[in-house]
Design a protein around this ligand. Structure first.
Ligand code: PMV
Length: 324
């Protein structure tokens, strides 16, 4: 019997199709080389207590296990998805022990880079390893999704999926298809403005409900754009890919999820010679990315740095969730 387990799972960048993916349209997304780390330990023969410490929030909690909804709802928001996953696994697998969970992450949180999903995926994988549950990747992703639902309301499932499977993928109505993305070079800029996915998905929903005849065609066009982008990715034509990235940003603005700070960073990156730039994730703050190559990389990086966006180079990541 193992006593401890350690799992990691990557964050992500949505290249094309955030928000429209919630309406069942295809989206292109890539895992990145920034990870959430989860360490779990089991304590047999002790009454069921859950101890969770999080580096990011500098918090630590000790909670007696219960099947009641208040086991989750009485706790701070940032640990609720974790408790949802723990409760689900404890009930399903009839676990009677105490555990300690340590959470750390190199993914900026509330920034559109999938930090909550990667924590949920890594936790599920770590618990599955600790209790020898033999979960498949599909089961890990599905269990992590339960945590995501608490944070995001009606998530599309794209974040937990790419974090579990890794690589660059087309995500369409729960189905995934690997696509060629390894050659793209991106620089991420962060507005530093934290936002909640649920809020911005709700804003789009309300604009959709107010102007269905206007917003529905935009959502449909975003789906068509993702399909076109997949074709262009295969040709490695950075100029045309950049143009599609710019168009996608414009569409996201029209559905109401860009803000002045994101537009500013996008414009700075474009002026510095990026092939294209757009917000990524739910919008309302968080991150944008710029498409670059070896030629314009340094100029774009400097422009974002001078704008205070704390730019990071994002490497394409082939590996999804890993047990260490
Ligand atoms: O949570 P974020 O910012 O990584 O955005 C997720 C992408 C959305 O399409 C806005 C929501 C979803 O569930 O797909």
């Amino acid at each position: 019997m193992i006593k401890a387990a350690h799992a990691t799972a990557p964050g992500k960048i949505i290249l094309f199709g955030e928000h429209s993916v919630v309406y069942g349209k295809p989206a292109l997304v890539t895992a990145i080389d920034k990870r959430a780390h989860i360490e779990v330990e089991r304590h047999p023969n002790t009454p069921r207590k859950i101890r969770i410490s999080t580096m990011d929030y500098r918090s630590s909690h000790e909670i007696p296990f219960s099947t009641a909804p208040t086991f989750i709802t009485d706790q701070p928001t940032h640990i609720q998805p974790l408790l949802r996953i723990i409760q689900s696994i404890y009930v399903q697998e009839e676990i009677e022990e105490s555990i300690t969970v340590k959470v750390a992450s190199d993914i900026p949180r509330s920034a559109g880079l999938g930090s909550s999903a990667s924590v949920c995926v890594a936790l599920t994988a770590a618990l599955a390893d600790l209790f020898d549950l033999g979960y498949s990747l599909e089961q890990i992703s599905a269990c992590a999704f339960k945590g995501e639902q608490l944070v995001h309301g009606t998530p599309s499932g794209i974040d937990n999926t790419v974090s579990t499977f890794g690589g660059c993928i087309r995500y369409h109505k729960g189905e995934i298809e690997p696509i060629e993305g390894s050659l793209i070079q991106l620089i991420i800029g962060n507005t530093g403005i934290a936002r909640e996915t649920k809020t911005w998905v709700g804003k789009v929903r309300s604009r959709y409900d107010t102007f269905p005849n206007v917003i529905e065609p935009v959502i449909n066009a975003m789906g068509d754009l993702a399909k076109e982008a997949e074709r262009v990715l295969a040709t490695r034509d950075l100029v045309r890919l950049g143009e599609l990235i710019d168009i996608n940003h414009g569409m996201l603005s029209s559905i109401g999820v860009s803000i002045a700070e994101l537009d500013h960073l996008v414009n700075q990156a474009r002026s510095a010679g990026a092939y294209g730039a757009k917000l990524t994730g739910a919008g309302g703050g968080g991150c944008m990315f710029a498409l670059v190559d070896d030629e314009n990389h340094d100029k774009v990086f400097r422009a974002l740095h001078e704008s205070g966006a704390g730019p990071i180079r994002a490497q394409f990541e082939t590996e999804g969730v890993l047990i260490h």
